[in-house]
Design a binder for this molecule. Structure first.
Ligand code: DUC
Ligand code: ZN
Ligand code: ZN
Ligand code: ZN
Length: 485
């Protein structure tokens, strides 16, 4: 018979409930929740909270980018995830221009074979043509129902508005979710060239070339185009008030639009780019760049108010050696920072620890909301009978100082270096298996499984208007126009 595990003496915290009860795990799923349960193995959760495992909806593992590959692959990346209480990551399959989407998916499926924790994919739409249009249906049938577009990275990943509109309409027909990296790529390229010409070659040039306006403009544009296409829209790495404002306004108007701040943007600010040590500044180069305190306050407020929905990492780690590709030219510094292991402890410390978020809101923005948006709830993102036993036994009193020395990532630095966190996973369970315990990842390589997603993301209220546009009512006119006597 299957061995069962019971988690005793803990307090269950979900997005909407806080309750003292035991949790019985059997066959990888939650079999019962209640008082005085028993099982073959006991996990003692005294003093701890039992929460749904974190879901990071935005990672780039082993990503070919800016002439190199991101330094964490599915092995080290998912190991870092589990060590920080995250039990599922969603990565981006990224076709080369002209490449078949299904071929790209096969490449990413291969990369994911060594994953320690569960994963899913979004499909990036990096070019446009009949073949992409056709293959999107196969991609959706394979359980990948979210499609990402880059409005930045002119000359490589960027899509133009006509391509975006065509893709959004296709996604609407397939019942999927459109995703956007919102930065105006034309303006970024123009500003970067001007800065370089004027002699600004250091990492601060990266921040100057990507002000909040380019993100706000692109967010507004994407929302309007999504509204015309009748497609729900997810805005990745929302970093500023301009973008947040557009999302708030859209949501107030009943549009299905979600915003995703990153843990990095919530706690790290633009002063990092003016650090006298080039390496220090370059290690923090990512797009969008870190912002000022006012923007950070806006993001925290959005999480509490519900106008922003999920906290992710955009985990795209590089080493110092890779960052140095951009010595003398900030546009060649590989864009990206890590955070997979630190997202939950840092958000708990800076959010729950300060009273900006309740523990239930913490669960909503780290797990449950994205499980719903991506159509894998309640298999993921829930502590409920029948759900996968992806659980964190969270010790709210445990402390550590974050450091690259001892972190799981392959990178030689950590952007949160020196930060004291209070609140850490004591155990992480992945489908009932103890995947992290006593400071070590114990789930074997290859334990992670692909999570296909099905079902329809809630549609935009503009869908009806769009249907009228595509099936226009004929206008009946009687006779020829009168042209005068
Ligand atoms: N931004 C980054 O910083 N890295 C990966 C891709 C992105 O959009
Ligand atoms: Zn992006
Ligand atoms: Zn990204
Ligand atoms: Zn490993």
């Amino acid at each position: 018979a299957t061995q069962t595990t019971v988690i005793k003496n803990g307090t269950i915290v979900t997005h909407d409930l806080t309750v003292r009860a035991d949790v019985l795990v059997a066959g990888g799923v939650i079999a019962a929740i209640g008082p005085n349960l028993s099982g073959d193995h006991v996990i003692d959760a005294t003093g701890c909270l039992i929460m749904p495992g974190g879901i990071d909806p935005h990672t780039h593992l082993e990503m070919p980018f800016m002439g190199t590959f991101s330094a964490d692959d599915f092995e080290s990346g998912t190991r870092a995830a589990l060590a920080g209480g995250t039990t599922m990551v969603v990565d981006f399959a990224l076709p080369d221009p002209g490449q078949s989407l299904m071929d790209a998916l096969a490449v990413w499926s291969n990369k994911s074979a060594r994953a320690h924790c569960d994963y899913s994919f979004h499909m990036a739409v990096t070019w446009w043509g009949q073949r992409v249009f056709d293959e999107m249906e196969q991609v959706a049938a394979a359980g990948i129902t979210s499609f990402k577009h880059f409005m930045a990275y002119k000359g490589s990943l960027m899509v133009n508005d006509d391509e975006m509109f065509a893709s959004f309409r296709r996604i609407a027909d397939l019942g999927g979710l459109a995703m956007i990296h919102a930065e105006n790529g034309d303006i970024v390229a123009e500003m970067a060239a001007k800065l370089l010409a004027a002699g600004t070659t250091g990492p601060e040039g990266h921040a100057y070339s990507r002000p909040a306006q380019v993100e706000g403009e692109a967010t507004n544009r994407a929302i309007m185009i999504a509204d015309m296409a009748g497609v729900p829209l997810y805005i990745v790495h929302t970093s500023c008030e301009e973008s947040h404002e557009a999302i708030r306004r859209a949501r107030q108007a009943g549009k299905r639009v979600w915003g995703e701040p990153l843990i990095q943007h919530l706690v790290l600010d633009e002063t990092e780019y003016f650090h006298p040590d080039w390496d220090h500044a370059a290690r923090r180069v990512m797009s969008p760049p870190f912002r000022n305190k006012a923007h950070q306050d806006s993001l925290w407020a959005g999480l509490a108010a519900g106008s922003l929905s999920c906290v992710a990492t955009d985990h795209c780690a590089f080493t110092t050696a890779q960052k140095r590709f951009g010595l003398g030219d900030f546009t060649k510094i590989p864009n990206g920072t890590g955070g997979l292991e630190d997202r939950l402890p840092v958000l708990w410390t800076c959010g729950v620890g300060t009273g900006r978020l309740t523990p239930n809101e913490f669960v909503a923005v780290t797990s449950t909301n994205i499980a719903k948006i991506l159509n894998c709830y309640p298999r993921k993102g829930a502590v409920a009978v029948g759900s996968d036993a992806d659980l964190i036994i969270w010790d709210p009193e445990a402390e550590k100082t974050i450091s690259a020395a001892g972190h799981q990532s392959n990178s030689d630095f950590n952007v949160f270096e020196g930060m004291k966190v209070r609140g850490l996973p004591r155990y992480t369970l992945s489908r009932g298996v103890v995947a992290f315990a006593d400071g070590k990842v114990t789930a074997p390589e290859g334990h992670g499984a692909f999570v296909p997603r099905k079902g329809t993301t809630p549609v935009n209220t503009a869908l009806q208007a769009w249907k009228e546009l595509t099936n226009p009512r004929p206008v009946v006119r009687s006779g020829l126009p009168v042209t005068g006597v």
